[in-house]
Design a protein around this ligand. Structure first.
Ligand SMILES: NC(=O)c1ccc[n+]([C@@H]2O[C@H](COP(=O)([O-])OP(=O)(O)OC[C@H]3O[C@@H](n4cnc5c(N)ncnc54)[C@H](O)[C@@H]3O)[C@@H](O)[C@H]2O)c1
Length: 336
């Protein structure tokens, strides 16, 4: 029998790629998404890529009536919880909205799961729970601290999951701390599609490449790094999606709950990423140097060892593959 898996936020950037990976691995994903940050045509594109219709509920993860209905209509064996608000800057202006969607959403989901006897959960966490670390690569047992309301919500969610698992040993939860997901699916049908000013580096560079923005602002080129610009750990979204499949396989096989970083362990600088994207596009892309931003750290790189030890997971795709797939998606999307 095919295992049904609830994917909250499954029409979003990482959720849609995970949908494809789960289907390829023999799971049947059921999507719950309110489309507050997803395009209406994503389900159609997922059906095109995977060759089968998509079961999708349009609604809010905080809607307990809807959650009960979904669990009543499908025999769901596990959930992967992506649905959240994710813009760090916006969270500073709207902390209560972030707490409501991210924290209340998780609690509503876990209560609906428990009521349905479903105790396997994969949760989207983030490297921002490490705050501003002073050493790297960052292992999972590094101190957690938050420096924004967004990070507060993710750290709180991690702690809620920990508390639930202490109280009821039936819970088996995989908390996945993503580093910097970039790139797009090899079909170029789905990818990162910000509807506003991009918050992340690669979508911003993509807009420079498309001519929508004049130049990339490089915030600080005097850090203590080889070229003076910040180093981050970029992971191809298809690798990240596979990370969810291996985490789910682990839980479905009776594995215990765990917390792992999903990154490559390699740092790529802002300038290296700009040059790599230029290679994908076939021309140099302009940049201007701007002052450092408060709160930015010079280096944020994962120790990916635990994911490899516990799950056999290792991210494989290169920075050039990340840029080429992003550009293929963005240029296709730009042309309709
Ligand atoms: N993209 C990153 O850089 C990154 C890094 C670390 C962690 N994460 C986490 O990964 C998860 C997915 O991120 P993403 O980049 O795919 O973001 P995304 O915005 O593309 O996806 C989130 C999806 O959830 C949906 N959604 C939002 N609020 C909802 C609600 N109340 N009810 C139902 N659906 C709702 C949105 O419409 C969207 O489709 C999030 O939890 C995010 O915090 C993302």
């Amino acid at each position: 029998m095919v295992d049904h898996v609830l994917l909250t936020g499954g029409a979003g950037y990482i959720g849609s790629h995970t949908f494809v990976a789960l289907r390829a691995a023999g799971f049947e994903p059921v999507v719950l998404d309110d489309f507050s940050n997803a395009r209406d045509d994503v389900p159609e594109r997922l059906a095109l890529i995977t060759g089968a219709p998509v079961t999708i509920y349009r609604g809010d993860v905080r809607d307990r009536v809807l959650l009960a209905r979904i669990f009543g209509e499908h025999s769901i064996r596990a959930a992967v919880h992506f649905a959240a608000l994710k813009a760090v800057g916006e969270s500073v202006a709207r902390p209560l909205d972030y707490i409501d969607v991210n924290v209340t959403g998780l609690v509503a989901l876990m209560q609906a799961m428990a009521a349905a006897g479903c105790f396997r959960l994969v949760f989207s966490s983030t490297a921002t729970v490490y705050g501003e670390p002073e050493t790297w690569p960052i292992p999972e047992d590094a101190p957690r601290r938050y420096t924004s309301p967004y990070a507060f919500t993710k750290l709180t969610c991690e702690q809620i999951i920990e508390q639930a698992a202490v109280a009821d040993p039936r819970w088996a939860c995989a908390t996945l701390r993503y580093f910097n997901p970039v790139g797009a699916h090899s079909s170029a049908l789905i990818g990162e599609d910000p509807q506003d000013i991009p918050n992340n580096l690669v979508p911003y560079i993509a807009e420079v490449a498309m001519g929508k923005r004049a130049a990339l602002n490089v915030f600080g080129n005097d850090y203590d790094t080889p070229d003076g610009t910040g180093l981050r750990d970029y992971i191809h979204v298809e690798d990240l999606a596979r990370g969810h499949v291996v985490a789910l396989d682990h839980l479905m096989g009776g594995g215990a709950g765990l917390t792992v970083n999903l990154g490559t362990g390699r740092g790529t600088s802002v300038m290296e990423m700009l040059v790599a994207y230029g290679r994908a596009v076939g021309r140099d892309l302009p940049h201007v140097v701007a002052p450092r931003r408060p709160g930015d750290v010079p280096v944020l790189v994962a120790d990916p060892g635990r994911a490899e030890r516990l799950l056999g997971f290792r991210a494989e795709r290169t920075v050039d593959e990340m840029c080429a797939s992003s550009w293929a998606f963005v240029s296709r999307r730009g042309n309709g």
